[in-house]
Design a protein around this ligand. Structure first.
Ligand code: GTP
Ligand code: SPV
Ligand code: MN
Length: 592
């Protein structure tokens, strides 16, 4: 396969440690993919779905205790604890290697070890970074072949060198107590043991493309962000690119694949998807250029339907792997809550138990057919609105960065930063309610700077400083905005309809970038005049509702500012003074 001595040494080292019965070198070919798929079907690791209704699609269930990322078991292992910072769990590399190697010892006895060479971004592009993942899971192999560019061409690109990320994954026994997701950014090494869930085991994604890559970007002068990338094509034919960072399960895939409302379609607006989860950003001639390093979408299934996200639905109709959704045994297809499709009558839930929609648990709550964090893994090229720039190795120029979270109260529909520094402050202090994408309580408001809290591979203070510095070097600084689709009324219902209607907010954002529309100066930043948000053609929505999502509760904001102060204090002296300055400005603005 290769004579690269670093690759051979790496594989041999872990072959000795894991003691697999066999080593299979994955080459990315169609023939091998077909063979491995048949094998996974034969062992029961995946179930083949209806060939006529969903050609090439597979179904998989993870262990019931292994359905989301595990932030409390995720570690950044740097020599100096300070380099991991207060927002990460830390373990000394020597201690971590000893602990992990002990767990890994002989863990693949009786199993096959697969060697997966992959590229993040297009092979050979200036953005491209290469990796090799070792795994004992065929499910991981098949998913990696959708999510990344898996190919033996990667070995040629290494040119005999050792510039690749070493990903080491084993399901071991799936023991949650021995589950570890460890990043060693100084060594370009990732260990993932005792899990089989996507975000923990598809090592090209969060572990590499965010944790390791953010560290690399800090050292090398670029950025890796938890951001979607979309292009808005305007009636004049020009396309503006926007990157948006929302925490997990807060709407990135949906915004990236947005279909504009009729009034916008008629004018000629179109939205194109470049990425739905991760953006790598580089500076060129004073402008940020973004690429999506992934090759597929690992999207949340529940809530995806023909109305909310028809593009995502279309993307998943072939060659897609479904994980932890409900299995419809009548026609060999899948189902999930919020699909707006009638619940199947002969079905098995995500735990594999016979299921129907009337079933209740011991507390009388409905039993869900699909896990709230059930997912689809779909090839990007299936996406009807995939941007023609998706494969562009140079990336797309970024006009705006958008931060956003899930906030029932406080944060208005949209506001704009006064300048770059203020924008970094807005990103650094954003907060959101927790979701099912990570193990733990759902619905708790927490600060999640730039939606990177679980993904920043180094000290968050250095990360903020890096943001401040990168922006200061740009002659063409993107404008920075904050959005919130999730404000609720007194009955707990979302006021803003969201999804396609979010186009109306993107429209304001773009017009702001082009200096085509005025704004109101408020204590928190620039806000739209209500009449500048186009609500034409909206059903069940009016000026009054718009006013309510645009309103600012000054007392709530004063409380927010105090909480931001408490949050900042935790960082100690290393927090950039510029962020304290922004907090002082906010407080003084709020005093009036
Ligand atoms: P990750 O893949 O975990 O990073 O999530 P994501 O940020 O891509 O979130 P996604 O687009 O998958 O949306 C998560 C959930 O939020 C889904 O159940 C969506 O239906 C819901 N959602 C997305 N956009 C909106 C919106 O504009 N309004 C409302 N009310 N819900 C939304
Ligand atoms: C997220 O949690 O932000 C995801 C899913 O995109 S995972 O790959 O599990 O991280
Ligand atoms: Mn994500």
């Amino acid at each position: 396969m290769t004579d690269n001595k670093y690759v051979l040494e790496f594989v041999e080292k872990y072959r000795k440690l894991f003691s697999p019965d066999e080593v299979v070198w994955v080459d990315g070919s169609r023939e091998q993919h077909k063979m491995l798929t048949c094998e996974a079907i034969a062992t029961g690791e995946v179930i083949k779905l209806s060939n006529s209704l969903m050609p090439g699609c597979l179904y998989h269930r993870t262990a019931v205790n292994d359905v989301a990322r595990v932030e409390d078991r995720t570690f950044i292992c740097t020599t100096d604890r300070e380099d991991a910072g207060i927002t990460n769990n830390w373990m000394a590399p020597s201690e971590a290697y000893a602990k992990l190697d002990a767990i890994a010892k002989d863990a693949m006895k009786g199993r096959t070890m697969y060697v997966i060479p992959f590229s993040m971004s297009k092979i050979g592009s200036p953005f491209a970074k290469y990796g090799i993942e070792l795994t004992d899971s065929l499910y991981v192999v098949l998913n990696m072949m959708i999510m990344t560019r898996v190919s033996d061409k990667v070995y040629d690109k290494l040119k005999g060198g050792d510039d690749f990320v070493k990903g080491i994954h084993s399901k071991v026994t799936l023991d949650a107590e021995q589950r570890y997701i460890c990043q060693f950014p100084e060594d370009n090494v990732i260990y993932s043991l005792n899990s089989g869930y996507g975000g923990n085991v598809l090592l090209g994604k969060k572990c590499f493309a965010l944790r390791i890559a953010s560290y690399q970007g800090w050292k090398q002068g670029w950025m890796a962000e938890h951001m979607l990338i979309l292009g808005v094509e305007k009636p004049d034919g020009e396309t503006k690119y926007i990157c948006a960072a929302f925490p997990s399960a807060c709407g990135k895939t949906n915004l990236a694949m947005l279909i504009p409302p009729k009034v916008y379609q008629e004018k000629g607006y179109k939205v194109w998807t470049v990425g739905d989860d991760i953006a790598w950003l580089r500076k060129k001639k004073g402008t940020f250029y973004a690429v999506n390093p992934e090759n597929g979408f690992f999207g949340v299934a529940p809530g995806t339907n023909a109305k909310s996200n028809p593009n995502a639905l279309a993307t998943t109709r072939r060659n897609t792997i479904f994980t932890n959704v409900c299995f419809n045994a009548k026609n060999n297809t899948v189902w999930w809550e919020g699909s707006k499709i009638e619940a199947p009558t002969k079905a098995y839930d995500w735990k594999g138990r016979p299921w129907n929609e009337n079933m209740k648990d011991e507390n009388g709550n409905p039993i869900k057919g699909a896990h709230p964090n059930s997912r689809f893994t779909a090839p990007a090229k299936n996406c009807p609105c995939l941007s023609k720039e998706f494969e562009n190795s140079r990336g797309v120029p970024v006009s705006a960065f958008v931060f956003g979270g899930r906030r029932a109260k406080v944060a208005p529909l949209v506001y704009q930063a006064r300048d770059w520094e203020h924008g970094v402050f807005i990103g650094a202090t954003m907060a959101s309610e927790t979701t099912a994408a990570a193990a733990g309580k759902v619905g708790v408001v927490r600060r999640d700077p730039m939606a990177m809290l679980p993904f920043c591979g180094y000290n968050m203070c250095d990360y903020f400083a890096h943001w401040l510095k990168m922006g200061s070097r740009m002659s063409n600084q993107p404008k920075i905005f904050h959005v919130n689709w999730f404000r609720t009324d007194e009955n707990g219902n979302f006021i803003w309809p969201g999804f396609g209607d979010n186009m109306r907010v993107l429209d304001w954002i773009i017009r702001r970038c082009e200096n085509e529309v005025d704004a109101v100066e408020t204590p928190i930043g620039y806000m739209p005049k209500a009449e500048d948000i186009n609500i034409e053609g909206m059903e069940d929505f009016d000026m009054e509702k718009l006013q309510s999502v645009l309103s600012l509760d000054m007392n709530a904001w004063k409380k927010e500012a105090d909480e931001i102060g408490e949050f900042f204090k935790k960082f100690g002296d290393k927090l950039p003074e510029k962020l304290w300055k922004q907090l002082r400005i906010l407080k003084s603005n709020l005093r009036g």
